[in-house]
Design a protein around this ligand. Structure first.
Ligand SMILES: C[S@@+](CC[C@H](N)C(=O)[O-])C[C@H]1O[C@@H](n2cnc3c(N)ncnc32)[C@H](O)[C@@H]1O
Length: 395
């Protein structure tokens, strides 16, 4: 008779069962539908840090069990570029939309059938294909990622939006590319809004900072795209009003058009270049979320300097909240491997697409001080992918 208590496999499966029960319970309480593999299935919306922690633990245990069951084989890994090729074809030829590519059915079916296996598509018994809710956006960004090794071999100058694999592939910086491609910028805006709904980062901003302490106040959301993040905050704190600033008029007008009517009196949308001095000089709080990682250090210093004149005018202690991933020190073990992997994927996507980077707490400290020695990080509210730093100007 085997000793079950010693079995790693059984221990992992019990952990998975217990965590899955917690996810099920959470969805039930939040009146969220459980996801399935049908086209209209909705993804789980992350609500709060505690639930996010459960999700991460469940994913890690499931992945460990899979690794143990399948053994340390690299076979699955070595096939991933074929998966990527099939994804690329599906996106390039709009398999997810109405236009069918003009290839013979047999070739299309070969590509689609690979995408059926990870449940991106579903094939009915009548050989009809429909996509599930698990399709992903992997078009121009995938093309630039494929340039990475060639770029690294050729380039010797510092990374920048004008010197990165994306630029090598498309000959323009990514933001300019999106300005020139209105349909793609709309998709980018939608993807960011979707990521905001799903991404745990919002919980740090929303749940970790004490917004209630502001009372009635004006919040400036710098680089706020279409205002999705501000809208999440507005729903929780009815006394707050928001100015959403972005350099893209397209994204701002999308946000303004989509804003539910009951919020219009509390929102304004303002075109603003964050490399210039802040336009709002009477605010109760500024926040900048997931923007700095798009820029190299010199540009970040300039962005942070943009707040200084405004802070000189605002009341003492007016915070800038910086909501960015904060990378752990290598080997510190403060976050799980799967969380670190996601963060490192984003770090590489910054290198590839904008010639920038994710940063550690020490890096942020250095940037803040270089922008103005009177600026200081007064509190690290959270670290990891939900990093939240509070910066004040000491006049
Ligand atoms: C990654 S998104 C920001 C994400 C958003 N804050 C959130 O939390 O979901 C970066 C945003 O910065 C905007 N941006 C780029 N350059 C800018 C500039 N010079 N001034 C203001 N906004 C800029 C882009 O249009 C884009 O909407």
């Amino acid at each position: 008779m085997s000793d079950n208590s010693q079995s790693t496999l059984l221990r992992l499966s019990q952990t998975i069962a217990s965590l899955t029960a917690q996810v099920h319970e959470h969805l039930h309480k939040a009146s969220q539908q459980e996801p399935d593999f049908t086209p209209n299935s909705s993804e789980i919306v992350t609500e709060g840090i505690k639930f996010e922690t459960i999700k991460i633990a469940l994913s890690e245990a499931a992945r460990d069990l899979q690794l143990l069951v399948n053994g340390p084989t690299l076979r699955a890994f070595y096939g991933t570029h074929y998966d990527l090729a099939a994804h690329q074809a599906a996106l390039k030829f709009d398999f997810f939309g109405k236009d069918s590519p003009r290839w013979d059915r047999d070739t299309l079916e070969r590509i689609l059938r690979l995408l059926v296996t990870p449940r991106i598509f579903h094939e009915s018994s009548g050989n009809e294909f429909s996509h599930t809710s698990f399709h992903m956006q992997m078009d121009e960004v995938f093309q630039s990622a494929s340039e990475t090794a060639i770029f690294l071999r050729q380039s010797t100058s510092p990374l920048a939006a004008t010197n990165c694999p994306f630029h090598q592939r498309f000959k323009v910086p990514i933001f300019e590319y999106y300005q020139q491609n209105p349909t793609k910028v709309a998709r980018f805006g939608k993807a960011l809004a979707g990521a905001t709904k799903l991404d745990r980062n919002v919980s740090a901003l929303r749940d970790v900072y004490d917004w209630g302490s502001i009372g009635k106040g004006l919040i400036v959301d710098v680089g706020g795209v279409d205002g999705s993040v501000s809208l999440l905050l507005a729903k929780e704190w009815p006394e707050l009003s928001f100015v959403v600033q972005d350099s893209s008029p397209t994204l701002l007008s999308q946000g303004s058009l989509r804003l539910p009517p009951q919020y219009t009196s509390r929102f304004s949308f303002q075109e603003y270049d964050f490399f210039t001095p802040q336009l709002i000089t009477q605010a109760d709080l500024f926040f900048i979320r997931q923007c700095l990682h798009n820029w190299p250090d010199a540009a970040c210093i300039k962005i942070l300097r943009g707040f200084v004149l405004a802070l000189e005018n605002c009341k003492d202690g007016t915070p800038i909240l910086i909501n960015e991933s904060i990378l752990p020190r290598p080997g510190s073990g403060v976050i799980s491997r799967s969380e670190e992997r996601l963060m490192r994927q984003v770090d590489l996507s910054m290198l590839i697409n904008v010639g920038a980077r994710q940063r550690t707490e020490d890096d942020f400290h250095r940037l803040v001080k270089a922008a103005d020695n009177r600026l200081d990080i007064v509190k690290v509210h959270s670290v990891g992918s939900m990093g939240l730093l509070e910066v004040h100007l000491f006049k």
